[in-house]
Structures are given as structure tokens and as C-alpha cells.
Design a protein around this ligand. Structure first.
Ligand SMILES: NC(=O)c1ccc[n+]([C@@H]2O[C@H](COP(=O)([O-])OP(=O)(O)OC[C@H]3O[C@@H](n4cnc5c(N)ncnc54)[C@H](OP(=O)(O)O)[C@@H]3O)[C@@H](O)[C@H]2O)c1
Length: 263
């Protein structure tokens, strides 16, 4: 299966931010087809070149952009340039950085925290807003933000990552409410563990792991159905229900008992 299409409107133009990542590349390949423009953003020039060639071979018109999302306002200028050229029907905000406090450190590294805040939160909400602003006069558009189940938990070993994803979830909900009257759909994607370079850096178990291909299928289906939130795999939906029933002292104990480390 390449693409789930339950949405009546054709997606002629799609921007994927984080296209060079494990999930982003799968989305790009699956969305690539004749008659469609894909604007692909990533930092790694070689991966971007190879992905662009693959998507072109599948018939899409491809506009790649090598960009670093920590570069502040230049990123918004780049978005406006690409939007003027491609008039996006769908924008997927999927770039992300993860970080875990080293066991020997008292806190995360503040330099890394700043980068993470820009890539995971500040740029996605800025670009989602810019996308909605351009889409509203055209009368339609879809925006998907990739959060994480980590956003449901106050992870003591990853405060910046978990809070960046919690903030994104709050933004997605508020933006969905605010922009619905303009026919702009906002979908929050909430993956558990996906087998990509990001989770491959983690030491230890990755429960309920899904492939990047499966993740792309969940994401494309949720976007086509204009779902508000897409948590996958299902085990994390079940955990969400159970976890909400816990008293706060039990929740804190469990969070403090969790251990995580990365390469
Ligand atoms: N993998 C998981 O288990 C998992 C679970 C929950 C949520 N997520 C979320 O899913 C999204 C995609 O992650 P993934 O698993 O596909 O990870 P990935 O393979 O590590 O990809 C991360 C993507 O973010 C881009 N990126 C990172 N820093 C950037 C920067 N400063 N400027 C521009 N682009 C930057 C990377 O670009 P380059 O590769 O070109 O540097 C890459 O395209 C992220 O938002 C992540 O938080 C992942």
C-alpha cells in the first residue's frame, strides 16, 4: 500500500520538514507520485540528494532544501520562499532532536537544550503558523506535527525533550480549534518507539517498536482522515488511559524509577 486516500481533496503540493530522517524519508517516498510537488527539507546534503532522486524516479517534482532549523529567522524566510513557489496543501513538521541527560551529569547541557527547543518546538510552531497563514486565503490545508508519547510524561532524564513534545501537543490542540473555521486541519502525530537513527541511539529496550514504514502508514492514514491525534502503536494508547488513572504520588515514583541512556 502506498497511500491511504480518504480525503476528497488532492494533495498536489507537500512540504516535509525532517525528510532526511527515518520517518520523514518513508513519508517522502510514499507520497512521491506523478503530478505532485514534494518540497523536502533536511540537513544532511547527501541523504537529501539520494531521497530527491528516489522521489523524482517515482514521478514527483522535487524541490530539496538543505537547511538547519537552529538558524532562527532564516528558516521562516526559506519557508516563505518555498511556499510562494509551491503553495502547500500539506505541511508535515517532522524534524526532531532527542536528548537524555548523562548519568554522571546533574542537568542536560544548556547548549543542547537551546538547539532542541528550536528544532522540536520553536520552529515547528512558527512554521505551522506561517503555513496556516498562507493556506487560509486559499480556503484549505493540512498541517501535521510530529510529537511523541514522551510528551505525555514528565521524564526526569529528558526534561527538554518531553516538555518540547508536550508543548507541541498543546499547540496542536489550540491551533486545531482556532483554525478549523478556516478549513485548516491540524493533526498531532504521537509515535511510540520507531526504528530510526533517533531511537537506535537509545541503550536498552524499545518496547512495542514499529518500523519507519509502519509509522509512515499510520501517519498518512491519520492525515487523510483529518484525525486530531494519532497515537501509535495501540499499546501506548492503552498506557495513556491507565496512566491517567494513577494518583500523582504513584506517577512520580514510576517516573523517578525509569532509567534511560543513549550513545
Ligand atoms: N524514532 C522514534 O522512536 C520517535 C518516537 C517518537 C517521536 N519521534 C519523532 O519523530 C520525528 C522524526 O524522528 P525520526 O525517528 O525520523 O528521527 P531521525 O531519523 O533522527 O530524523 C530526525 C530528522 O530531524 C532532522 N533534524 C534534526 N536536527 C535538525 C536541525 N538542526 N535542522 C534541520 N533538521 C534537523 C534530521 O535531519 P538530518 O538527518 O538531515 O540531520 C532528520 O531529518 C521527530 O520529531 C521525533 O522526535 C521519533
Amino acid at each position: 500500500m502506498n497511500e491511504v486516500s480518504t480525503s476528497s481533496r488532492e494533495l498536489r503540493s507537500i512540504l516535509i520538514i525532517g525528510a532526511t530522517g527515518g520517518i520523514g524519508a518513508e513519508l517522502a517516498k510514499r507520497y512521491a507520485r506523478p503530478g505532485r510537488t514534494l518540497v523536502l527539507w533536511g540537513r544532511n546534503a547527501e541523504k537529501l540528494k539520494q531521497l530527491a532522486a528516489t522521489c523524482c524516479a517515482r514521478g514527483a517534482r522535487v524541490i530539496p532544501r538543505q537547511i538547519d532549523l537552529t538558524e532562527g529567522k532564516a528558516v521562516l524566510a526559506a519557508f516563505n520562499e518555498d511556499e510562494a513557489q509551491a503553495a502547500f496543501d500539506l505541511v508535515i513538521l517532522g524534524a526532531g532532536l532527542s536528548d537524555i541527560k548523562q548519568a554522571t551529569a546533574t542537568t542536560e547541557d544548556p547548549d543542547k537544550v537551546l538547539k532542541l527547543a528550536l528544532v522540536n518546538y520553536a520552529q515547528p510552531v512558527t512554521l505551522a503558523t506561517a503555513a496556516a497563514k498562507s493556506m487560509i486565503p486559499r480556503g484549505h490545508g493540512s498541517i501535521a506535527l510530529i510529537g511523541s508519547v514522551a510528551g505525555f510524561y514528565e521524564l526526569p532524564f529528558a526534561p527538554s525533550y518531553s516538555s518540547s513534545k508536550a508543548g507541541l501537543a498543546c499547540f496542536a490542540e489550540a491551533a486545531r480549534l482556532g483554525w478549523a473555521e478556516h478549513n485548516i486541519n491540524v493533526t498531532l502525530i504521537v509515535p511510540g518507539f520507531v526504528d530510526t537513527p533517533m531511537s537506535q541511539r537509545l541503550k536498552g529496550e524499545r518496547p512495542f517498536l514499529v518500523t519507519a514504514g509502519n509509522a509512515a502508514q499510520y501517519i498518512m492514514r491519520a492525515i487523510a482522515r483529518q484525525e486530531a491525534e494519532c497515537i501509535f502503536p495501540w499499546q501506548f494508547k492503552a498506557l495513556r488511559v491507565i496512566e491517567r488513572l494513577l494518583p500523582s504520588f504513584a506517577r512520580k515514583r514510576i517516573l523517578l524509577a525509569l532509567k534511560a541512556d543513549q550513545d
